[in-house]
Design a protein around this ligand. Structure first.
Ligand code: DHB
Length: 390
């Protein structure tokens, strides 16, 4: 072989190699799952990742001829890190879809990147109403705080709770919860005596609870993010608030299934409103909870897990519907309007808002088989995000 034909052969084989690499690449569908695996919201990351992996184990990792690759990144609960990771996933890994987003600031930090790169981004955890308006590429499978709060403000005055103090984490979802709970309670003839906000980072609830005690409301309405509920419950009981006749109510974040069973009997009777309980009595949920436990050393799935599980389904079905040949816009279109049964009950991705429409349940903490659960006793069906009509 002379030098020229050797070079020719070399170039051809290099191209062929590049070609087959490109082909392999074409047959991979990448999901960049950015989660807080460490830091304050680590329980959210743990729950969502476990649920995403369970979905894949149950449904296979090949869809429409593509091999699904899940790339999990830890943003350490720091929004600037979420943004940096999203940029790397888009530019270097060329992910087809972004997903995750444990807290509102992480989702908001990524909005412009999703828009510029036309990458659908499935919000599996964060729950401030305005997130889906920050990018036309956001699709949400978690919930919104207005959704949960309004239903509780309808229930409370009919059940002897007229005077309320609100206590929320001082950022997006807390401010949504405070506002929508208060507006609806006033509309229903109730009263908010005071609205208290606690810092998101390392909150000390004690001085706030002292204030609540002095105000003597019928109930204290609480929103804190997933993972912070146990601390609120502990301090609420330690300060004898329940004995002073003050009820604890809130969105279901406070009686988070990830922590509830360790909160002790002081949590019994606490009423909350939310979209998911591990005790939701459907056949599909029983299967989900059992499979989740089995795959995760007995861990109980919480509302974050169900957001991750359903988010994976939305992605899988969009890929199936576009037959594996669509880009970001085609995938996004196929995510809009999806309707299916989730472990939480029936859900619908509103095509106009890309936000989730779902049942909101009223639940009470009850002991069943020696374990504490949020047992549903009422349902408000097909609740759209009330934040969108404002
Ligand atoms: C958000 C985070 C949570 O852990 C939660 O329970 C609700 C909302 C958020 O940051 O959007």
């Amino acid at each position: 072989m002379n030098k020229r034909s050797f070079m020719h052969a070399l170039v051809c084989s290099t191209l062929a190699l590049a070609g087959s690499a490109a082909l392999a690449q074409d047959n991979v569908f990448k999901i960049g799952l950015i989660l807080p695996m460490t830091g304050q919201q680590a329980s959210t990351g743990r729950q969502v990742e476990a649920a995403a992996r369970l979905y894949m184990a149950q449904n296979g990792d090949t869809v429409a001829g593509k091999k699904i690759q899940l790339i999990v990144k830890d943003d350490t609960t720091v929004p600037d890190m979420t943004k940096r990771l999203a940029q790397e996933l888009i530019v270097n890994d060329k992910v087809n879809v972004l997903a995750g987003f444990g807290i509102t600031p992480s989702a908001l930090a990524t909005a412009s990147l999703a828009t510029q790169s036309k990458t659908p981004a499935v919000v599996m955890a964060a729950a401030t109403s305005s997130i889906t308006e920050a990018s036309p590429y956001f699709v949400r499978t978690s919930f919104t705080l207005p959704q949960a709060s309004v239903s509780l403000a309808d229930w409370a005055p009919k059940n002897g709770i007229k005077k309320v103090v609100t206590l929320v984490s001082d950022y997006g979802p807390g401010i949504d919860a405070e506002r929508f709970f208060k507006d609806r309670l006033l509309f229903n003839g109730g009263q908010v005596l005071e609205s208290l906000r606690v810092p998101l980072r390392n909150p000390d609830f004690a001085p706030f609870l002292q204030k609540v005690r002095d105000l003597k409301p019928d109930a204290l309405f609480v929103f804190v993010p997933s993972g912070a509920g146990a601390a609120v419950m502990k301090q609420f009981l330690e300060r004898g608030m329940d004995k002073a006749g003050i009820k604890l109510i809130g969105t279901g974040d406070v009686t988070d299934d990830d922590q509830l069973n360790d909160m002790g009997d002081g949590a019994l009777g606490v009423v909350t409103s939310h979209h998911y309980s591990a005790a939701h009595p459907s056949a599909l949920n029983k299967k989900f909870v059992e499979a989740f436990r089995k795959a995760n050393k007995g861990m109980r799935p919480n509302f974050m897990a169900v957001g991750g599980y359903d988010g994976m389904r939305v992605i899988y079905e969009a890929l199936r519907a576009t037959k594996g040949v669509g880009g970001g816009d085609a995938l996004l279109a196929a995510m809009k309007g999806q309707i299916f049964e989730s472990p939480r009950g029936p859900i619908f991705i509103d095509a106009q808002t890309r936000d989730i429409v779902q049942n909101i349940y009223l639940r009470k903490v009850v002991k069943q088989d020696g374990q504490l659960y949020n047992v549903e006793f009422d349902v408000i069906k097909d609740v759209k995000d009330p934040g969108k009509s404002h």
